[in-house]
Ligand binder design. Structure first.
Ligand SMILES: Cc1cc2nc3c(=O)[nH]c(=O)nc-3n(C[C@H](O)[C@H](O)[C@H](O)COP(=O)(O)OP(=O)(O)OC[C@H]3O[C@@H](n4cnc5c(N)ncnc54)[C@H](O)[C@@H]3O)c2cc1C
Length: 603
């Protein structure tokens, strides 16, 4: 085809012009593109840098989930050297594939608490609260309750009114739980921690966690199976793969800047090609690549743009700031038990072969489980006795301790409001500070409301040079204190009835590591990512560092919206995929309610 060198997946003809061009066929991009093409008079092109997968086992089989990280389906990028981690560089997997990171992830499908989303509204985003998002959480999913056996064994009850049954995303519980899940549930009860249903807005305490997997085929349900497969036969839904968007093309007239096209290429040296945008460009390239694309297109901080030789089109210094991510820290124990554990899949070839046979023939057994069947999301006062000491430390501290030194004033002002909200979360009972993922002796701690912030900066004027993403982990020492308390809790947990019978012996950091100084050194030496970068083009008032308004429109540019993880003003205490889908479903409704969309439908 004369217009492009990549592959148009859905149709052989790329049109010169589309109503909507979506950048990135990932979790959010496919959701929005699917919903917009439900109206057949509107046409949409999705441009994706990666390719379609070939249904490899590591993509489809729940027990192998996460296996696509580090492959050609991953951008294989790394956060920049992190001062708070002693200069370490932490790899951050990001999907480069149709389906985006929903093809790489661990299938944990959970919502945050009501307080998390209500907090978005309090930061100046009208209508963005739990009640406003609930219809979209439901719209996304087609929920199937657990099998009778699992429900009975674990006493899992789900109120179906909190779930969707018509969505494209298949969600259910895996039909196999690793045996020591019973031990962690028993210990949770012994500690007096309540077990709730995460879908209700009360994702506090313990909960049994659904996964985005199909209950019949027992394979991953990603944005690809859910939103691409169901839209691909529509004549008005076009997808082109293997093409990286290199620039958002804009035009200035009468003082206004308007998007007119999208430019793309298959490689840094390939010829740039472009399509025209009739109504809007919708950016869904993820929390690291979306701000980079804006910057190389001249939308960002003039000081940064000057250093990379890009002419400023729209002055928006907040682009790329407020990047944050959940911090992961593992406290590891060996177990002495006759129960089978997930490590057997790697260490015992006979066991692994039997598990594979069982999966292939019956769709049962260990490979149906991505693990993470039971999670804990704990308020500070549930896992620590140091709440008032840490709350005083935070109150006495300066918000600026969380921020890079070159933070623009409006971003710092917006963060001041976040800091106040984070301080409230420290003492709240309805806000989780720490996640615990039990992995057969390994207690994974996930810091849910980190104080520290970083930024994404384009490294050059070329989108083909990986962006410089400084996630700023542990910049603020409060984050270290919250994790230190987490280690103390992990130790208490394994000394609790339920876990004691597994005879745990701590191997990392090791029982002899007890002083604050030694624990802090371990934390800085070992922390990494829980894979949830967000916030780098946050939704919020412009004078508080917002990049998009509450309709997800980029300030100062007509015809440009962002719909991915970068718009979250502050991370919820939850894994991020489910929230990304809800935001994208809501985004599609916002766009469909717009005058431009309605006018296009009438044409
Ligand atoms: C290893 C891993 C494990 C995770 N585990 C979980 C989990 O178990 N549960 C959970 O809830 N969350 C999990 N997450 C997080 C979750 O998957 C993400 O938050 C979510 O998928 C992000 O969606 P998105 O739409 O913002 O970006 P993505 O889904 O990453 O989509 C972005 C898309 O844009 C494309 N793109 C980028 N730049 C360009 C460009 N210039 N031109 C064209 N295309 C471009 C990318 O290739 C990609 O396909 C995990 C993530 C990872 C990486």
């Amino acid at each position: 085809h004369p217009l492009f060198s990549g592959k148009v997946v859905s149709r052989a003809d790329l049109l010169p012009e589309y109503d909507y061009v979506v950048v990135g066929a990932g979790t959010s991009g496919l959701t929005v593109a699917n919903r917009l093409t439900e109206q057949k008079n509107v046409n949409v092109l999705v441009i994706e840098a990666g390719d379609l997968d070939k249904n490899e086992d590591f993509v489809t089989i729940p027990g192998l989930a996460g296996g696509a990280a580090g492959t050609k389906y991953d951008w294989n990028v790394t956060y920049t050297a992190n001062e708070g981690l002693g200069g370490r560089k932490v790899p951050i997997p990001q999907g480069k594939i149709v389906g985006g990171s929903s093809k790489l992830n661990r299938l944990i499908f959970d919502r945050g608490s009501k307080s998390d989303y209500d907090g978005w509204e309090s930061l100046g985003n009208k209508g963005w609260n739990f009640a406003g998002l609930l219809p979209y959480f439901k719209k996304n999913e087609k929920f199937t309750p657990p099998t009778k056996e699992i429900a009975a064994q674990y006493d899992i009850k789900n109120d179906l009114k909190n779930h969707g049954d018509k969505g494209y995303m298949q969600t259910t519980f895996s039909p196999f739980f690793w045996p020591t899940t019973k031990n962690i549930v028993k210990a949770t009860k012994a500690l007096g921690i309540p077990i709730n249903d995460q879908a209700t807005g009360n994702a506090i305490g313990g909960f049994f966690c659904p996964h985005n997997q199909d209950p019949v085929t027992v394979t991953r349900s990603s944005a690809d199976e859910a939103y691409y497969d169901t839209a691909v036969k529509r004549q008005n839904f076009h997808v082109i793969t293997g093409q990286q968007v290199s620039r958002i093309v804009t035009k200035k007239s009468n003082g206004a800047v308007k998007v007119t096209g999208i430019e793309f290429a298959s490689s840094a040296s390939a010829k740039r090609q472009s399509v025209k945008v009739k109504q809007e460009a919708i950016i869904a390239a993820g929390a690291l690549f979306t701000p980079q694309l804006l910057q190389v297109s001249g939308i960002g901080d003039p000081a940064l743009l000057k250093t990379i030789n890009v002419t400023t089109v729209v002055e928006l210094p907040a682009v790329g700031h407020n990047l944050h991510d959940h911090v992961l820290l593992a406290v590891a124990n060996t177990l002495n038990t006759t129960l089978i554990t997930s490590g057997s899949l790697r260490s015992n070839a006979t066991f692994a072969a039997e598990a594979r046979k069982q999966y292939d023939t019956e769709k049962k057994g260990p490979l149906t489980s991505p693990t993470g069947d039971f999670l804990l999301f704990l308020p500070l006062q549930t896992y620590s006795n140091a709440t008032s000491a840490i709350a005083s430390q935070a109150k006495a501290g300066k918000a600026s301790a969380s921020l890079p030194s070159d933070t623009p004033p409006e971003v710092a002002k917006g963060y001041q409001a976040q800091y106040a909200s984070l301080n409230e979360k420290l003492v709240a009972k309805d806000s989780a500070i720490l996640e615990i993922i039990w992995g057969d002796g390994t207690v994974i701690l996930g810091l849910q409301h980190p104080y520290s912030r970083g930024s994404v900066k384009a490294a050059s004027s070329s989108v083909f040079d990986a962006p410089l993403a400084d996630v700023g982990f542990l910049r603020n020492p409060i984050d270290v204190a919250l994790l230190r308390e987490g280690i103390h809790f992990a130790r208490r947990l394994v000394k609790t009835e339920g876990i004691t019978e597994l005879k745990p012996v701590e191997v990392a950091p090791g029982a002899n590591v007890t002083s604050d100084a030694d624990l802090d050194a371990f934390i800085r030496r070992s922390s990494s990512t829980l894979f949830h970068p967000a916030g780098s083009c946050k939704m919020g008032p412009k004078d508080q560092g917002g990049v998009v308004d509450s309709e997800l429109k980029v300030y100062g540019v007509e015809g440009l919206r962002i719909v991915d993880a970068s718009v979250m003003p502050i991370l919820p205490a939850a894994h991020t995929m489910t929230t990304v889908y809800a935001v994208a479903e809501k985004a599609a409704d916002i766009i469909r309610g717009s005058a431009a969309y309605k006018a296009a439908c009438l044409e």
